[in-house]
Design a protein around this ligand. Sequence first.
Ligand code: PCA
Length: 216
Amino acid sequence: MADGTVLLTGYEPFDDFETNPSEAVAQELDGETVAGHRVVSAVLPVEFDAAADAAVRAIEDFAPDIVVATGLAAGRSAISVERVGINVNDARGTPDNAGADPENERIDPDGADAYFASLPVARTVERLLDRGVPARLSNTAGTHLCNHLLYSLRAHAEREGLELPAGFVHLPATPEVAVRQADDPARGGSVPASMPLSMQVEGVGTVLETAVEGAE
Ligand code: PCA
């Protein structure tokens, strides 16, 4: 019997990525038990107008004790545990899946400038490294939907007075994506950073475990 629930979110594919490892990892861990907590997963739309609402619906449906959100950061070589979400929407020329391409906008004109993730971020990175999973603490989640979600989750918890630890983890591309995006490597071109999906699943499992322990 699980004694709590962790909501794990991933994102749908976006831009010219045919797959999103965060979706695959969320599906893989859905229904598992981690540190005595049941994992429930939701895959969110990559849309500025819909992602946070979808996450809030999942919070209302599952009443989790903790939320860990994830997304793809192609080009990063390690699992990045994000420290902060800032009050900015800027797609920087990568429109979302509904075509929105905000530039230098606020998420909430009346909201706080930023929210820290409320998970034990440094301890999570240490645990990942102890287990041989490349990981780092990241001081910027960017200004696209991943940052948007971290900010929105923390703002939601504050607005509703919820005791709901929440954080965000960026995942590297998978080797399959890196191969597709390689720039003519047989002629000396470059190949983007990647991490096998199995290691990403292990890594996110470790993030959930540390989050549960940190919240106890
Ligand atoms: N990564 C993007 C948005 C969706 C995703 O998986 C980001 O880093 O903001």
